[in-house]
Write a protein that binds this ligand. Sequence first.
Ligand SMILES: [Zn+2]
Ligand SMILES: [Zn+2]
Length: 145
Amino acid sequence: MSNKLLEMAVETLKENGVRMTPQRHAILGYLYSVTSHPTADEIYKALEGTFPNMSVATVYNNLRVFKDVGLVREMTYGDASSRFDANMIEHYHIICNSCGKIIDFDHRPLNEIEEKAETITGFKVQSHRLELYGICPDCQIRSNQ
Ligand SMILES: [Zn+2]
Ligand SMILES: [Zn+2]
């Protein structure tokens, strides 16, 4: 699965005139292998053993390249570090208020809320972001102990 995604990523980069480098390969491979929506810093820490000369700035710059060509999504949270998601299929997120983990869940896109917002506000809606917050199963177990 992750190899197929990487092959497709190489193609997408090539179409956009971006060269696949070993570092880019490793960053994308890492993103495809986790569901944790890591920050640039977390990706850096996971890969610094393999690429001792790589900096957080390099990771961040490569993530920006991936974002520009549509391979990853950046999720910003005010002043906190952005989180990155390589799952480009429409999906929603649920976030644990206790440990901060972000989990994907599938749901059909809520187009009717976009239409309703357009009718009410006169905006031309381009996208929406919906996040649910709660306590994850692990944290529920921990708090019951
Ligand atoms: Zn939790
Ligand atoms: Zn996600």
